[in-house]
Design a protein around this ligand. Structure first.
Ligand code: GLP
Length: 241
């Protein structure tokens, strides 16, 4: 595990964007595993800025996102497809057909999950998986559980997670109850993982995830076992480590 200490959120975003940028430069047709949430927004902004300056070319890149809400169409403002399109894809030259998220509107969830794992495999696996850290130590929507869910699957979101995500919806009852998420195995098979964490409110959970026992009660703790994990976090998030 490599820990890159950043001074501020802006610094964390730049450092993480540098790692992603290096990946795209080194392997033009790389497969990027992407994440949503507030933490990674600054990274996308930085990458857009470098793209606009002519420093990065995403024309060969492919992407797979971690998760998507069940029941939200891509046109819904709170869908992760919409988040990715408006916060990143529309501003760079990645080909839309090379960007993938689980289909939250599928009529057959099980089939959609199987197909998503098959898709990742057919792309040759994920070169770099970007991750944020949930307030309960979850990655993607892999919430605390009794066992590590391995492959892409459907989860019933915990009330605490729905509450945390309610800030993006008008009312809490609009937050979907289910989501499709890549599983722990899908994530752990990525060749490189970049975990980004910012802010004092994540310090305790980050400390547990990186130094505590590896347990499905704290899904992110499995990352300790990954052979190529880079943590990019700011001083506030790292102050207990
Ligand atoms: C959600 C997402 C995760 C994300 C996490 C942290 O649960 N499914 O992918 O990493 O929240 O979000 P934030 O960066 O907004 O704190």
């Amino acid at each position: 595990m490599r820990i890159i200490k950043a001074k501020t959120y802006g610094d964390m975003s730049r450092k993480a964007a540098n790692v992603i940028s290096a990946q795209v430069i080194l392997k033009n047709n790389c497969v990027l595993g992407l994440a949503t949430g507030a933490t990674v927004l600054g990274i996308y902004q930085q990458l857009i800025e470098w793209y606009q300056k002519g420093d990065i070319d995403f024309s060969g890149a492919r992407s797979v996102n971690l998760d998507e809400y069940v029941g939200l169409a891509g046109s819904h403002e709170q869908s992760y497809r919409h988040y990715m399109d408006t916060n990143f894809f529309q501003h760079i030259n990645i080909k839309q057909e090379n960007t993938h998220l689980p289909n939250g509107m599928t009529e057959n969830i099980e089939e959609e999950c199987d197909q998503y794992d098959a898709l990742i495999e057919s792309l040759g696996g994920i070169d770099l998986q970007l991750l944020g850290l949930g307030h309960k130590g979850h990655i993607g929507f892999n919430e605390p559980d009794e066992a590590f869910e391995k492959l892409t699957h459907c989860v019933r979101l915990k009330e605490t997670t729905r509450k945390a995500n309610a800030r993006f919806f008008e009312k809490e009852d609009q937050v979907p109850k289910k989501a499709i998420t890549m599983g722990i195995k899908s994530i752990m098979q990525a060749k490189r993982i970049v975990l980004c964490v910012s802010g004092a409110h994540k310090a305790e959970i980050l400390n547990q995830v990186l130094t505590g026992p590896v347990t499905p009660a704290l899904p992110g703790s499995i990352l300790q076992m990954h052979p190529n994990l880079t943590v990019v976090a700011d001083e506030e998030a790292l102050h207990l480590l």
